[in-house]
Design a binder for this molecule. Structure first.
Ligand SMILES: [Zn+2]
Length: 307
């Protein structure tokens, strides 16, 4: 019965920490850990937005600013679930679909650094949100004029860090839905399907359907060198082959990528975290992504989104 609930309901229950539904003991255990994370991360650093670039009064609601603010929450939830699943002895197999076992502690540190204080990334009770996130401005303005590429969903311009760091969301990014409650749209109300991912809508395999706006933010966060570069003493990039072709974008490539490169590949983090979150929220194991089916995102020209 529980598995038939939509993830909207599950996520809403989870986020508001009201576990009133008739769910099994196992799922209470699975959900209770991240719920406590939610309480702790309400007071935290997060990126900035500009009133002129993302107008709070834009109609209709939920507007772009509201989508971005919800995505801030979703990115933290994704990072929180990723650390939870890394630590869960019953879910160790998800990690090794993406990364080498020997990188477990440092991959965990990337996620923990994003949603908690970097001074103590092993302390999940901290009022998290890396202070480095506060150096980032999320904007629509395409300052480097790159969004004409129909595959590009977002990019991070950190050439002038720390004083001027832009996380640019291309217009297609706003097609992406999310997980946690969004202001201006009741998760149970009419039109909710346009703004919430659900266990039913994301299908049975790991796929682009899991790609939320928050997942896109998480991808870009991992690129921010001031926040993450010290963990591997190397930047987390988008891996390419010797000819410059991308080999690390989307659900299929992150599974076929050489695992020695995965720890330095942004979408490996984004897709691992998404599989972790949905596996726990929907209490379901997902099939492997199928090329040409699960990586052909219509929002990104029927290919994997790049960013
Ligand atoms: Zn990237």
């Amino acid at each position: 019965m529980y598995s038939k609930l939509s993830s909207v309901l599950v996520a809403t229950i989870f986020v508001s920490n009201v576990l009133s539904s008739p769910i099994t003991k196992d799922s209470i255990t699975a959900l209770s850990l991240p719920s406590s994370f939610s309480r702790h991360i309400r007071v935290r650093a997060e990126p900035n937005t500009g009133d002129e670039d993302l107008n709070p009064d834009e109609e209709p609601h939920p507007n772009k600013l509201e989508k971005v603010e919800r995505a801030f929450n979703d990115a933290f939830e994704l990072a929180g679930y990723a650390t939870t699943v890394i630590d869960d002895p019953n879910r160790q197999n998800i990690f090794t679909k993406y990364f080498n076992e020997e990188d477990r502690a440092n991959v965990r540190k990337v996620f923990a650094t994003i949603w908690t204080q970097p001074s103590d990334p092993d302390a999940p009770a901290a009022d998290g949100g890396s202070p480095f996130l506060g150096e980032i401005m999320v904007q629509q303005a395409d300052s480097r004029n790159l969004c004409g590429d129909p595959r590009l969903i977002a990019y991070l311009d950190q050439n002038n860090a720390p004083n001027d760091v832009a996380l640019v969301l291309c217009s297609r990014a706003f097609n992406k839905k999310g997980v946690t409650t969004i202001q201006g749209q009741d998760p149970q109300g009419p039109g909710a399907e346009n703004h919430y991912l659900t266990c039913d809508s994301i299908g049975d395999n790991v796929s682009f359907r899991m790609n939320s706006l928050g997942m896109t933010l998480l991808h870009e966060y991992t690129h921010y060198n001031r926040m993450t570069q010290s963990i591997f003493n190397a930047p987390i990039i988008d891996q390419e082959d010797a000819s410059g072709n991308p080999i690390g974008y989307g659900p299929v490539q992150v599974r076929t990528l050489d695992k020695a490169l995965a720890k330095l590949n942004a979408d490996s983090y984004a897709y691992f975290a998404s599989e972790a979150l949905w596996t726990v929220l929907c209490q379901k194991d997902y099939g492997d992504p199928v090329a040409g089916q699960d990586d052909n995102d219509p929002d990104c020209n029927n290919t994997s989104c790049s960013g």
